[in-house]
Design a protein around this ligand. Structure first.
Ligand code: DC
Length: 232
């Protein structure tokens, strides 16, 4: 399917399958995929490894802010293999752990961290033909994105998906812990002061509680055909 050079912003609650959907869109349309959550997770891993988060999840904001200019987080080839790097090191597995998931919300609420990630995303998204997933892409990072989608699904459905994903990667996790983490992140993400998770006014809602990835692809292709056909 031929589509114009646009920015597709995919926001929504955690574990709604934003990244799987965005990756497939990228593959299908030949777009670059940017995973903004991976950058927040990378900053969190950096903070954890440098002793900047205490047992109560309190972050040493000053030291973290000072470390950010020297922190080299970037994406590799979005095909097979590793996607997220810290310097030359692949951090894909570590950033998906429950440990990082538990600490990423307080880290991503820090204004300096948001500025760091936003700057990286804007640099990488300059050339358009890009699909980006996150929480505030359509509302804050790329408010002029031509297509904005806001994804949601029942918390239990999301926890189930997340649990399967983690178990496949060999993590031993219980459903109730994953569900608790999903709900806790929903709350923190939508109540934080800076860039809370909000649906941009012009975003289109996609509730995929009962949809497969294939259903979603059919949905977005119809949407794009309707929205951009006159411009082709
Ligand atoms: O999409 P994810 O679950 O990998 O994101 C991890 C965390 O990063 C999530 O709890 C909230 C935060 N995040 C954010 O605040 N803004 C974004 N644009 C993307 C993620």
């Amino acid at each position: 399917m031929l589509i114009p050079d646009i920015i597709i912003a995919i926001d929504g609650y955690s574990s709604t399958g934003k990244s799987s959907f965005a990756k497939l869109i990228a593959k299908e349309f030949g777009f670059l995929y940017l995973d903004s959550g991976a950058l927040y997770r990378g900053v969190t891993l950096y903070a954890m490894e440098n002793g900047l988060i205490d047992g109560d999840n309190k972050v040493d904001e000053d030291r973290l802010r000072r470390g950010l200019p020297g922190l080299d987080l970037h994406f590799g080839n979005s095909g097979e293999g590793c996607m997220t790097y810290m310097g030359g090191r692949c951090i894909e597995k570590e950033i998906r752990s429950l440990d990082v998931s538990r600490k990423v919300s307080p880290v991503s609420a820090i204004p300096a961290v948001r500025e760091y990630v936003d700057r990286k995303l804007r640099e990488l998204g300059k050339g358009k033909k890009v699909v980006i997933d996150g929480r505030d892409i359509g509302s804050t990072v790329f408010p002029d994105a031509e297509l904005k989608i806001f994804m949601t699904a029942d918390p239990e459905v999301r926890a189930e998906r997340r649990m399967k994903e983690m178990r496949q990667k060999g993590e031993k996790v219980e459903f109730r812990d994953v569900l608790e983490n999903v709900k806790e992140r929903d709350y923190i993400d939508s109540h934080r002061k800076v860039s809370p998770l909000t649906k941009a006014e012009d975003a289109i809602v996609l509730d995929n509680s009962e949809m497969t990835l294939e259903d979603q692809m059919v949905w977005i292709k119809e949407l794009i055909a309707g929205k951009f056909s006159a411009k082709r």
